[in-house]
Structure formats: structure tokens, C-alpha cells
Design a protein around this ligand. Sequence first.
Ligand code: MG
Length: 181
Amino acid sequence: MLKIFYPWEYAPSVFVIDYGKIFAKGYRAVIFDIDMTLVPHGYDATPEVEKLFETVHATGLKTILLTNNDEERVKSFIKNIDTEYVCDAEKPNRDGYLKALEILHVSKDKAIYIGDQIFTDIYGANKVGIANILVKYVTAHEEKNIGIRRNLENIILKFYARSRLYRNRLGDIYLTEGAIV
Ligand SMILES: [Mg+2]
């Protein structure tokens, strides 16, 4: 029952992933969430993020941003990033994911989704059948009250951590560091 919420992998951050290994596993495109995946909520892209996209593209992977945020936010974010995007995606609805695949010209088994929220990002990717990586959410400052949604995510992650069948389904995807769970 919970497995529709289980990510294929749970990574500490987008920056510890070896995108060359993702390409070597047969994937040809990465679909990124923006807020709290690449930067804190509402923040512009940092030089580190801009470099990340160059690194990803250098492996041969195509990229697209899939966000529930609006076009104004995305346009400001991609000032120095050469990538496609789908805004107002209404994740976890399937439509945004399917539109992203269409723009990328890749089938669902050749794309990998990376996001920070189980109930939108991961749930939506699993519904469509796209491999996915949950990353630890990025915040500007430590949140004292993390809210009901994050507490529910933590409960699911506890079950996920015990599930040998569903954890680490992508194998080794890391530069050096290991997975959180
Ligand atoms: Mg997010």
C-alpha cells in the first residue's frame, strides 16, 4: 500500500549524484523539481546549481524542470541555465510528467525524476512509472516546526528504510557519499 510513495532511491542531495552513472544505466533525461530540491523555496539558482546543469548536460543527459510554481518563477530561475521546463504542473497529477516526457522526446523508462516531496514528486512519478530519486529537502534555515506533511513523509521513510525490495533500486548512483537509508 505504501509502495506507491516509495522513491527508487533516497539521496542526501542533488550534488552527490554521479550523473554519468545515471546515463550509463540507460537513462537519457533528468526531470528536476526546483523548490527545496535544487534551492530553498523561492530562491534563484546559485552558481553551484548552474554548474550542476552543465555537468548533467556534459554526460549526455537532457534536462527539464517540472514545477507546480508559475512561469515567472521558472524564468527567473533559468536565467543562466539552458533547460526546458513545465510550470504550473499540478503534481502529483500525471499530465505534467507526460508533457515533460513529450518535450524531452524520451519514453518513461528513459527518464529519471528528482524531487524533495513524497506526496507530490515521488507519488506522481510512481503513478506514471518514471524512476525517481527523493532528495533531502533544501532549506535556508532549520525549520523548528516541519509540519504534518513532513512528519508523514518521515513515517513512510521509516518503512521504506526497512524495505530491501524497494530501497536502492537504482544501484550505485553516487559520486562518493552513500545514501541516507
Ligand atoms: Mg519541491
